[in-house]
Design a protein. Sequence first.
Lengths: 113, 114
Amino acid sequence: QKEVEQNSGPLSVPEGAIASLNCTYSDRGSQSFFWYRQYSGKSPELIMSIYSNGDKEDGRFTAQLNKASQYVSLLIRDSQPSDSATYLCAVNMRRGGADGLTFGKGTHLIIQP
Amino acid sequence: DTAVSQTPKYLVTQMGNDKSIKCEQNLGHDTMYWYKQDSKKFLKIMFSYNNKELIINETVPNRFSPKSPDKAHLNLHINSLELGDSAVYFCASSQYYRQNTEAFFGQGTRLTVV
């Protein structure tokens, strides 16, 4: 069974601090990894993609990938109350002859003002 | 101008009915998907089409039948609806069906079976 694991939380972080979200995946052949943000009642919104080992920064967000450890993380610097949402880790996994996103169950992040 | 749009946004129907959800994307992508998000917010892939061809068919009851009239449209028809079908159904699209392509989601269709 190909899986993506996340801590469901809630993860509570004070405003202005760094929020750290983690994800592990089971399929060693996966090559692309994504973080989506989902507000309650809304659709998943892509915030970061990462394909190579190391760090990728975009504004206040940094994605980190370690394929040897099958581990992906997302750091949110200077956390804002508007960052409060569920963060979904998604990994592209092979299903038959095609690839499709497998999602973790999401981490509920709460930024405390 | 919405990139991936679904209709309807809300759907309330009785058990045993047949219903359809429509999806359209204007991103010029080749690949479209249906995902189901259950009450515990777990998002799971159901189907994928690439240029009108079915390429992913997960373990889904055969009451669910996707149809892609062209690569910009992917519809989902559900026969004999059951209580357990209540969920939010998301359509998504990506440029290709291989690795390193990002998927973009529609706003979702909240299906409630009573």
